[in-house]
Design a protein around this ligand. Structure first.
Ligand code: DNO
Length: 357
């Protein structure tokens, strides 16, 4: 298992790399190019500059989260081929700097969605929170997108790129005739052209589960449970077509048994996002600290499942609370994620030592 930390890049992330280097056990960052719009080619010089900056700080850069997929690909429009070609060339460029895993998602229009970016908990920390009854009352997703941007403390939310949000109305129109099966077929078309390049470049694709893992705003979502994951892995049966197993995303549906999912998909999991959530009732949850007793997921069982499958991939703590008056990107502060890492390291060490006694 390789412990990593998500970092948005200089000018986009208030956390200096040197702080990340000081978190025990972290060997690398999970990087991205925030200023390249979805669908465009990632220029080699920019990728190399990012790698140099990360390496100069004593950290590795082997995972990208995310190379975002253009909506035309998800919609299956004729224009998709141009964007797929850009994606293929981006992968070849990423190979040049030794990238091993690319995380992406296939959620229509919205990436992760929350109804509150800073819900205050009794201990004074604040967290991301989701309440389906609030989402259901939103008749104008454009307004919601604007409010979310306003509440995000000046930071652009990952997956909520301005160019995507600018054309929400049109996108909703376009998705009207896209069923779950159509979306799956469009993913297959995409993967059939991407995976051969991944095989040639030795880069593993790792699809991220939908967050939350059910349809929202009437848009279809297909990366929501074990059966769907099985289907997706079967679209192109290659180890390069793999998963980002995000416990907090999949786990917000209590029907998804995360340790069982980890055991089921084993070596097709290339990237583990480990975090906890507190489910109050179906469709209503808060993100919590990583500690098992603070949430609804058992992080010991999750780490044990990774240990049992002999997981050698990349792992990162996921969203943290905002604590100690930190200001930063919602879910992506330094302090609580660093605490999360320390906890995951502790669980892992204990599991490892116990397994050899
Ligand atoms: C949220 C993240 C997601 C994830 C993308 C992957 O914090 O887990 O935005 O990066 O869905 O493409």
């Amino acid at each position: 298992m390789k412990m990593t930390f998500r970092w948005y890049g200089s000018g986009f992330d208030p956390i200096p790399l040197k702080y990340i280097r000081q978190i025990p056990g972290v060997t690398g960052v999970v990087g991205t190019l925030m200023d390249v719009p979805a669908g465009e080619l990632w220029p080699l010089e920019k990728i190399k500059a990012l790698q140099k900056e990360v390496n100069d700080a004593g950290l590795e850069l082997e995972v990208i989260e995310s190379v975002n997929v253009h909506e035309d690909i998800k919609l299956g429009l004729p224009t998709r081929d141009r964007y797929i070609e850009n994606y293929r060339q981006t992968l070849r460029n990423l190979k040049e700097i030794g990238i091993k895993v690319v995380c992406y998602n296939f959620m229509p229009v919205f990436d992760w969605t929350r109804s509150d970016l800073a819900k205050v908990l009794p201990d004074g920390s604040n967290v991301l929170s989701y309440d389906q009854s609030i989402i259901d009352k939103i008749t104008d997703p454009q307004k919601m997108a604007d409010e979310i941007q306003k509440d995000s403390g000046g930071f652009e939310m990952p997956g909520w790129e301005p160019e995507r949000m600018a054309s929400l109305k049109k996108l909703f129109e376009q998705y009207k005739n896209v069923s779950h099966d159509d979306l799956l077929a469009n993913l297959k078309y995409f993967l059939e052209q991407i995976i051969p390049v991944c095989e040639e470049c030795d880069i593993k694709m790792a699809i991220h589960p939908d967050d939350p893992p059910w349809d929202i705003f009437g848009l279809p979502r297909i990366t929501t449970n074990a059966e769907n994951l099985e289907r997706i892995l079967g679209l192109v049966d290659s180890k390069y077509n793999g998963l980002t197993l995000c416990s907090g995303s999949l786990g917000s549906n209590p029907d998804n048994d995360i340790p069982a999912v980890i055991r089921r998909f084993g070596n097709r999991i290339h990237f583990a996002h480990v975090r906890n959530i507190k489910i109050h009732e179906r469709g209503r949850f808060d993100e919590s600290s990583h500690l098992s007793t603070d949430g609804s997921l058992d992080l010991f069982e999750i780490m044990k499942a990774y240990h049992d499958i002999g997981f050698e991939g990349y792992v990162r703590p996921d969203h943290g609370r905002m604590i100690w008056d930190e200001k930063g990107r919602a879910g992506y502060g330094l302090y609580d994620r660093a605490l999360g890492i320390t906890y995951l390291n502790g669980l892992w060490e204990a599991i490892e030592k116990m397994s050899t006694r």
